[in-house]
Design a protein around this ligand. Sequence first.
Ligand SMILES: NC(=O)c1ccc[n+]([C@@H]2O[C@H](COP(=O)([O-])OP(=O)(O)OC[C@H]3O[C@@H](n4cnc5c(N)ncnc54)[C@H](O)[C@@H]3O)[C@@H](O)[C@H]2O)c1
Length: 331
Amino acid sequence: MKTRIFIIGSGVVGAATGEGFLKAGHEVTFIDVAPARIAELAARGFDVRSKIDLSGEPESLLFLTLPTPNDGHRYDLSAFEAGTTAVGKALAGSATRHTVVVRSTVPPGTTEGLVKNTLERHSGMTANEGFGLASNPEFLRAVSAAEDFAHPWMTVIAGRDPQTVERLRDLLSPFGGELRTFDDPAQAEFIKAAHNIFNATKISFWNEMWLVAQKMGVDLDPIAATVARSAEGSINPEYGIRGGAPYGGVCLPKDTQGFLGFADTIDVDMPLLTAVVETNDRLAAIVNHEVEAAAHAAADQLRGPAGEARVVVPAGGAGAVDDRSQEHESA
Ligand SMILES: NC(=O)c1ccc[n+]([C@@H]2O[C@H](COP(=O)([O-])OP(=O)(O)OC[C@H]3O[C@@H](n4cnc5c(N)ncnc54)[C@H](O)[C@@H]3O)[C@@H](O)[C@H]2O)c1
């Protein structure tokens, strides 16, 4: 079925998204505010406009592919908000029910916060009633944008209205790859953020290791290539992904701490490895506290009215923490 699609913000992601939908046979209009970008897309024969206008348009999907750059330790959502405001005003002028899809990378909670509020304020309508609302973050890489859009390995769709989610599934599933749906848009937004942060952390890990290898005069590349095939965290996607479960056992605490001391002896700073140990210690303390509190609550419940213990419940402690730890079996 041919779908009417608007791309709001026609840069790297917007152009790849719109072109992908065009090739799939949909009717696409690109919106952008930059005259140079508009001219560029027009020269390529696309329907490109400087302003969104939904009057007389059939039911459509509006993909927000607006920029969300960082400004220090925060996202600058000013352009994103301006584009969303324009969409809200356009919705107000349309008698048809349209669906807004957030494809930009945004902080978790933005779709049901800033986007929903802005659209409702400017359209005078209620989300999931007057207009549909969903999150569908983009995972493409800038270097292979069109190719990645056409052949996604993961598609994530989230929305409160199951019909909106199904509508997007129908639109996106022909592109192939794994498709996962959620009912909370914040989960989809979190997935995209975690996806990028995980990649950034892995890259930083090997760069920190590279600094150690450089200092030792050792070639890191064959080492990293071998660990990429030996470490369970690298070869098993499910390994280590359970939250609230710090690493335990013998080897991981021993070798993280030990290597920090070793790096010290050759004068290499390892801020990431230091943070790994600190993060795990902090989690272990939280989990330990929770387990102890749960054990005490259970013990209290099992005590008779006179305070007499009927059943002996073991306290939490190291054993209890180990029950929730993610251990590395090999030492
Ligand atoms: N570039 C990537 O590889 C990539 C991959 C995945 C996700 N993302 C995310 O996708 C979003 C878009 O990124 P991008 O790389 O395509 O950005 P971009 O800068 O290439 O494109 C953004 C476009 O939006 C236009 N624009 C700005 N304000 C506008 C407004 N009010 N109305 C209409 N158009 C407006 C700009 O002129 C520009 O052409 C960001 O959230 C980004 O984090 C980017």
